[in-house]
Each structure stands twice: as structure tokens, then as C-alpha cells.
Design a protein around this ligand. Structure first.
Ligand code: GLN
Length: 197
């Protein structure tokens, strides 16, 4: 059994927990305080409003412990606002939040016309069949460091990346009933847990 936390300060928390709890041998846990971080094998940073979540992370003094855990190898997956929280830089802004992943992201990158849209794509590292992708006022990645693997592009824009223990997607698998990405992340968490034994 593995336990995967979902940072529960704001955003699409319940949807992630529901998806996690529908996987075999996976328990989802809402993470609200530092002590919860001791009871998880991996963590999802959900979509929502990155400015708000970032502010709450600082107010509750969760950032330093979270950065430390991620730097020590805790598997983490950021979806949409979660991707922004992980990024080492946000284009046009001076703030950054956790700043642990070697990516530069642009917020609300698709402009008003394409504010929200859905598509589907085969992402070879994740699955051989097409995965539905839902974008809501999504960011995309403009620059990646040398250790970052690009998993997917939509219209030439980078929308899914991986760097060691960190996974980030500009889209929201938790808002679809496709479990491919949750399964992929759970597998990553399981492998990490087994390697620590
Ligand atoms: N636009 C939001 C932000 O910049 C992200 C949107 C989302 O998570 N769906 O934080």
C-alpha cells in the first residue's frame, strides 16, 4: 500500500483524492499541515490559483519543509497551478513559489480565446493509447533545464515534463475519468518507496 498526499490548501483537491482512492493499493490523504507530510510516499500539488496556494504555503510555513522533502527525493506531481508552484521561474513575475524544478513557465499562457479547451494525445512514456487533456487557464513551459525530460507538447508548446522525482502537467487529469496519469504517478511513487527499503 502507498499513501499519496494532495496539498489541500485550495483548488481541485477532492478530484485528485477520488482518482487516487480508485486505484488499487493506493490511499489518498489531504495534506493540510507539516505533520501530514510525514505520512505520505508522494504528493500532488493540485490545480487552482497558484498565487493563492503559494501565499498559503508561506503563511502556514509549509514551503521550507516541502522544498526540503522534494530535494531529498519525495515524488511530487504538480498539475496546472501545481506546475507553477514547482517552477524555478514564472515569466514576467518576480515571485516564485517552491522553485525546485528547472522549468520557466508562463501563466494563463493560452490567452482568452483558448482560456479552456480539451484535446487528446498519445504520450509515449505514459501510455500507448491517447489520453484526454483538459486545460483551464493553463500555463505552459517556455524553457527547460538540461535534466528536464519533455513528455508532451500541444501545438508546439510544452505541456508535460519530468525531472527525476518531479512530474508537472499543464493539464488536469483529475477532471477526466481517465486514470492513466494517476496510475503513472502511483507507479513512480511505488518504485521510489521500494528503492528506499
Ligand atoms: N491560472 C491559474 C494560475 O495561474 C492556474 C489554473 C489552474 O490551475 N487550472 O495559477
Amino acid at each position: 500500500m502507498i499513501t499519496i498526499g494532495v496539498l489541500a490548501l485550495q483548488g481541485a483537491v477532492k478530484e485528485h483524492l477520488d482518482r487516487l482512492n480508485s486505484l488499487p493499493d493506493v490511499a489518498g490523504l489531504a495534506v493540510k499541515k507539516a505533520a501530514d507530510l510525514n505520512n505520505i510516499d508522494g504528493l500532488i500539488l493540485p490545480g487552482g490559483e497558484s498565487t493563492t496556494i503559494g501565499k498559503l504555503l508561506r503563511e502556514f510555513n509549509l514551503s521550507p519543509i516541502l522544498i526540503d522533502k522534494i530535494n531529498r527525493g519525495l515524488p511530487v506531481w504538480g498539475t496546472c497551478a501545481g506546475m507553477i508552484l514547482l517552477a524555478k521561474a514564472i515569466i514576467g513575475e518576480e515571485t516564485r513559489h517552491l522553485g525546485v524544478m528547472d522549468i520557466c513557465v508562463r501563466r494563463n499562457a493560452y490567452g482568452s480565446q483558448l482560456d479552456s479547451f480539451a484535446t487528446e494525445l498519445v504520450i509515449p512514456k505514459v501510455s500507448s493509447s491517447p489520453v484526454p487533456l483538459v486545460f483551464i487557464r493553463a500555463p505552459y513551459v517556455e524553457e527547460t533545464g538540461k535534466d528536464v525530460q519533455i513528455l508532451a507538447r500541444v501545438d508546439g508548446k510544452i505541456v508535460a515534463v519530468e525531472q527525476g522525482n518531479m512530474l508537472a502537467t499543464a493539464f488536469h487529469p483529475e477532471l477526466t475519468d481517465d486514470l492513466t496519469f494517476h496510475r503513472y504517478f502511483a507507479e513512480k511513487v511505488r518504485k521510489n518507496k521500494n528503492s528506499e527499503k
